[in-house]
Ligand binder design. Structure first.
Ligand code: WTA
Length: 629
């Protein structure tokens, strides 16, 4: 499965385009299937309807765990580093993983969870989060992980959208110097969730929590009672594996659905090839299991490959900005995968936090989640990789399930801030706003993909039409990513950022419409408009313009209120960085807000604001410029 040279990459790529079915059949032979496929692929991008490994049967956990037990039972699957510095590293072998996952799967069964039922997971970055995903997959339940930074309201919306039967959570979470309540947030969410029958609570912080009799159960007590064996449920290749909610341009977050067979094949294949993982190496992805990176490249990809990973509960800057490097030194990490926002914040903290540590074990560095600016790329390359480690800048999305455009470590020549070339099986193209393909090199356009890869989104949960509209209708016959992209003279791809109303804040996707609708819940605000602006550390910050007609309150009081309402409705991650109180917004005569102008003002532009002649009231613009924060 592993490509070794650039020539091999070119051959594999060629074959994957000319004969995709035989290409993927060959890769899929490396997995355990209860029954092989009748056909590799059936697809159309119109409905859309995409089926990989048609009629094949499998269980992904058997491939992640059981098949390694013959020769790797005592190999380490995870080294767990706690939030608090100085605690001993915990070791979880593949055998331990098997036993823990089976016990938890048996608890779920006892709770009445069956194949196809949905289970919500709201947990900190502790081994139990990984056990939880796999326990669901073991019995064919569909997991829906909600990131720990989301509010009760967000949890509630997600649980209700997919009617989850069970919630797996903890009492609280440690995050840096803070202790965050988890169970009480779940309790609040569950006040309006009729589908939830049982809640399993892992004791992490030992804070006082409320246990509802008959509904809430203690994780340790329940798992202890169970057997270490649980027969894996046999799944169809196209049975859903999980739902993960993500933000888009409009409306509430949608539940992106991934299925078993294709996701398994692609996450493992991309993991092995992008990072060039070698047996015995130690790999560390710093993402949270609450995001797609934590699904594909902490849980499924590395485990499918039988890798040894680091699982980290804490933050890059706690107790100080040397924490990542301290752990890298301690555990002799070989492959390190993080987000540009973390790199920029550690760069800002200075080299004194890097110098004390021996980073010579590092062989490959990775970046994910947002465009990496050249300065951060150079710092990472020089001071962390010591100019010896290739940086794999991996471009992909929740919807793509796995990495689509990235260098293969030590194989593809890298170029700062370029995701470089597509993986075998991935056929990108650039189109103009009318959907016409832009050919040749040295061009820029909207990034689309013209052929399915195995881990492509299958549907949005409960609303297939929304999936079609969002990804397959803008440019008929193509999957539209929502990203802008350049292709340079070498044919290398550079992602320039979202071209829709999605902001990427510290690598987290936030829909402007969602933030606006939260702000509009604020009593004094009659209307708001939210845009992104360049932010030194976060990549993009959130800038909110709010119309407040008459109010007794000061602007500071209003801002506080707005921040607290956004925190309550979405979660602290969506809090605006800047809130400007205005009397009006720039609107066209038909009432449409001209975001282009608001974006320019937020970026610091004062004069060159483009054509304002179609505005209903051009004076509004000057007022906004004058009041800019
Ligand atoms: C952005 C995260 C530039 C992009 C895996 C995409 C990137 C969105 C990169 C998906 C990268 C991700 N370079 N931009 N290497 N990786 N993005 O769904 O805008 O949380 O559309 O998936 O992040 O974010 P998501």
């Amino acid at each position: 499965m592993q490509i070794k040279t650039f020539e091999e990459y070119q051959q594999a790529y060629d074959l994957s385009v000319k004969q995709p079915e035989s290409f993927w059949a060959q890769i899929a032979e490396n997995f355990n299937w209860n029954k092989k496929w009748d056909k590799i692929l059936n697809w159309n991008f119109t409905d859309p309807n995409i089926n990989w490994f048609v009629n094949a049967k499998l269980n992904i956990t058997e491939n992640c765990i059981d098949r390694h037990l013959t020769d790797k039972a005592n190999n380490v699957a995870f080294y767990f580093e706690e939030n608090e510095d100085g605690k001993p590293t915990q070791t979880i072998t593949y055998q331990d993983l098997h036993d823990e996952v089976c016990k938890l799967a048996n608890v779920l069964k006892e709770f009445g969870v069956k194949k196809g039922d949905r289970v919500c997971i709201y947990l900190p970055m502790i081994p139990q989060a990984v056990f939880a995903l796999l326990a669901c997959a073991r019995i064919g339940a569909i997991h829906s992980v909600v990131f720990g930074g989301f509010s009760a309201q967000s949890i509630q919306d997600r649980i209700n959208d997919s009617c989850c039967k069970v919630v797996l959570t903890s009492d609280g979470a440690y995050r840096g110097s803070k202790q965050i309540p988890m169970k009480s947030t779940v309790d609040e969410a569950l006040q309006n969730c009729t589908s939830v029958e049982k809640v399993l609570v892992y004791k992490r912080t030992n804070e006082k929590i409320n246990l509802v009799q008959g509904r809430d159960f203690d994780w340790e007590t329940e798992t202890k009672k169970q057997s270490k064996f649980c027969t894996p449920e046999i799944m169809d290749s196209e049975d859903p594996l999980f739902i993960l909610y993500t933000s888009g341009s409009t409306g509430k977050p949608k539940g992106v659905v991934h299925t078993c067979g294709g996701y398994m094949v692609f996450t493992c294949y991309s993991f092995l090839n992008v990072f060039q993982y070698q047996p015995g190496q130690i790999y560390w992805c710093t993402a949270d299991v609450g995001w797609i990176t934590g699904h594909s490249y902490i849980t499924y990809g590395p485990l499918l490959a039988g890798a040894t990973s680091v699982l980290f509960e804490g933050l890059p800057n706690y107790p100080d900005a040397g924490r990542f490097w301290k752990i890298t030194d301690k555990l002799k990490v070989n492959i390190f995968y993080t987000a540009p926002t973390a790199i920029r914040s550690l760069e800002a903290a200075g080299l004194d936090f890097v110098k004390p540590y021996d980073l010579s074990s590092l062989k490959v560095l990775g970046s994910v989640g947002e465009p990496i600016n050249e300065e951060a790329w150079q710092w990472y390359h020089k001071h962390i990789g010591k100019e010896k480690c290739p940086i794999v800048d991996t471009w992909w999305q929740t919807e793509t399930g796995g990495i689509l455009i990235s260098p293969l470590a030590n194989i593809t020549k890298t170029k700062p801030s370029y995701a470089t070339l597509p993986l075998p099986g991935v056929q990108p193209l650039l189109v103009d706003d009318k959907g016409k393909e832009i050919t040749g090199n040295g061009v820029e356009g909207n990034l689309c993909i013209k052929f399915p890869w195995p881990s492509i989104i299958r549907t949005t949960y409960g609303d297939h039409e929304r999936c079609r509209q969002t990804y397959f209708a803008t440019y008929p016959g193509l999957y539209f990513t929502g990203d802008g992209c350049k292709r340079d003279e070498d044919g290398y791809y550079r992602i320039t950022g979202r071209v829709d109303d999605v902001i990427n804040v510290s690598g987290h996707r936030i829909g402007t419409a969602e933030v606006e609708s939260a702000i509009n819940q604020c009593h004094d605000v009659v209307e708001s408009a939210v845009v992104g602006y360049p932010h030194d550390i976060k990549g993009q910050g959130i800038y909110a313009y709010c119309i407040v007609p008459k109010s007794e309150k000061t602007h500071d009081e209003l801002r506080k209120e707005i921040l607290s309402i956004v925190s309550k409705i979405i979660g602290p991650i969506a809090k605006p960085d800047k809130i400007q109180i205005v009397n009006g917004l720039p609107k066209t005569r038909s009432g449409k807000i001209m975001r282009r102008i608001l974006r320019k003002v937020a970026e610091g532009e004062t004069t060159n604001l483009g054509d304002t002649s179609t505005l209903l009231d051009p004076a509004v613009v000057q007022e906004i410029v004058n009041g800019k924060l």
